[in-house]
Design a protein around this ligand. Structure first.
Ligand SMILES: Nc1ncnc2c1ncn2[C@@H]1O[C@H](COP(=O)(O)OP(=O)(O)OP(=O)(O)O)[C@@H](O)[C@H]1O
Ligand SMILES: [Mg+2]
Length: 482
């Protein structure tokens, strides 16, 4: 028989819930405080589900949650709370609660549905469901404990209309996680709209977010809806939120507090119910400390805080991710020797999963055979362990120098050689630097000549190919003629 425990000091709630469950044929025990709960012999009296009020007269619901989970890890715990304590409810989920429900219960059908679902779900079925949903948006969870817990927490809060802040280094999958939250929510029938707060000027971002009326500024030739309006039933993803100017931050705070805003050039108040997910590469709390980001806005956005670990901290998932991306090219069957895989797992992946996807694309592109086993020596230089001769400072500069990996590899190789060469000689850095200036021009000319060869001497086409303007190309060639 299904057994349910209710701990709540509000008598009406206890009576209501016990009627509800007795009707379904469940056994129900109702307690009104912590000391009563402590009388239960948890070693022998088992429950399938416990509904616990967060605020009890003599204790905190979190203490009861921990005690139950300690003795009966399979018992589902639901925390009951008022809106003002939502942050604590989220903490409860982190401590192992399955869900939380807000009091007073507005929608009894929804409450019943939530509870029925919890009673139905076995832990493995729940886990499988999360994985399936994640696959739908290309979000590989893997087996790293931090990632598994992160995905579970994301899944649990997906359906709540609360704001989520996602932090993580570049390329760790912040947008993918945001899409997963959207997919796992009941808003998934509506749109997921992303806006990069760092990519637009202040006025453009303002009109993008809030919309504008015709004629409200030069260039506003027609009325435009803002994203808060367009995404009202869906999810609005504020990417790089730390980049929003202080005036946009004020406006964001206002709309998050009141769920209302006005289009630029209008005084009409518009309501929005968009679910907000914000993301940043930076530690947002640090930005608050440095006065770059408003503290009040930080707390509004950060109701749930999800931090994605960098790839180098989840190396057990690297084989899975490599295979996932290799499967996108079914025409080429590639595998790695153990040594190569070990090297890939110990590489630092500064560009995280994005770098890994680029790595796979490149590997497939340069592989001639349809089937190959890649050995350590065939891996690009950048992935190979760095030579100790290269000082750490130089190493990190090289890593940051250019997104163009090919160039990075060449320079790194060259630098190793050069440093070795100078090992026993006296170094005159000024001379080296001036020689390098000359080399720079030579390299530029070599690229230009190659492009001119390809374009049969067409300077305009060559400059286009090289992403420089014609004047610059001429300038560099003129130097040659001097
Ligand atoms: N968990 C994951 N499973 C599979 N692919 C992933 C995962 N996370 C990220 N990726 C892939 O890595 C790339 C970068 O992901 P995404 O754009 O979400 O990163 P980001 O953290 O938003 O990066 P940035 O800070 O640069 O905006 C994408 O191609 C994405 O598909
Ligand atoms: Mg992103």
């Amino acid at each position: 028989m299904t057994a349910i425990l209710v701990v709540d000091d509000e008598k009406e709630i206890g009576t209501f819930l016990s009627h509800l469950f007795l009707e379904k044929g469940y056994r129900v025990d109702v307690m009104s405080c912590g000391s009563e709960f402590l009388q239960i012999e948890l070693e022998t009296c088992f429950y399938d589900l416990a509904l616990i009020d967060l605020k009890l007269p003599d204790t905190n619901g979190l203490m009861i949650l921990e005690k139950i989970k300690q003795h009966q890890p399979n018992c589902k715990v639901v925390i009951m709370t008022g809106y003002s304590t939502i942050e604590t409810a989220v903490r409860a989920i982190k401590l192992g609660a399955s869900d939380y429900i807000e009091k007073p219960f507005d929608d009894i059908d929804l409450l019943e549905e939530q509870i029925d679902q919890l009673l139905l779900k076995t832990p493995t079925r729940g886990g499988q469901h999360v994985t399936n949903l994640a696959n739908e948006v290309g979000f590989i969870i893997g087996s790293n404990q931090t990632m598994v817990e992160l995905a579970e927490l994301a899944y649990k809060v997906a359906n709540k209309n609360i704001n989520v802040l996602i932090e993580g280094e570049t390329g760790t999958g912040k947008e993918v996680l945001a899409r997963f939250l959207h997919q796992a929510s009941s808003r998934n029938y509506s749109s997921f709209i992303g806006v990069n707060c760092g990519a637009l000027s202040e006025s453009l971002l303002e009109s993008e977010l809030f919309g504008h009326e015709k004629g409200s500024f030069t260039g506003a030739t027609k009325q435009r809806k803002g994203l808060f309006e367009v995404a009202t039933n869906g999810t609005l993803f504020l990417d790089e939120v730390v980049e929003a100017s202080s005036s946009i931050q004020v406006k964001l705070l206002r709309v998050l507090e009141s769920k209302e805003f006005m289009r630029v050039g209008s005084e009409k108040v518009i309501k929005t119910n968009a679910r907000i997910i914000a993301a940043t590469n930076e530690n947002l709390f640090e930005a608050v400390k440095q006065k770059k980001f408003r503290e009040d806005l930080y707390y509004r956005l950060n109701v749930v805080h999800l931090v994605i670990p960098p790839l180098r901290e989840r190396i057990e998932d690297i084989p899975l991710l490599l295979n996932y991306y290799l499967q996108r090219y079914p025409e080429v069957k590639l595998a790695f020797t153990d040594e190569a895989m070990d090297m890939l797992q110990h590489y630092s992946w500064p560009g995280n999963i994005r770098e890994l996807t680029n790595f796979v694309t490149r590997l497939v592109a340069i592989e001639d055979a349809n089937e190959a086993i890649i050995g350590a020596e065939q891996l690009p230089f950048s992935v190979q362990p760095q030579k100790e001769t290269l000082p750490a400072k130089v190493k990190s500069n090289v890593a940051e120098m250019s997104p163009n990996h090919k160039l990075k590899e060449i320079i790194e190789k060259w630098m190793n050689k050069t440093l070795n060469k100078y090992e026993e000689e006296e170094v005159n850095l000024e001379e080296i630097l001036s020689e390098m200036k000359g080399l720079e021009t030579e390299v530029a000319r070599a690229f230009i000549n190659k492009a001119l060869d390809k374009t049969y001497g067409n300077r305009k086409a060559a400059s286009k190919q090289l992403h420089i303007n014609l004047r610059k190309l001429r300038y560099l060639l003129n130097e040659k003629e001097k």
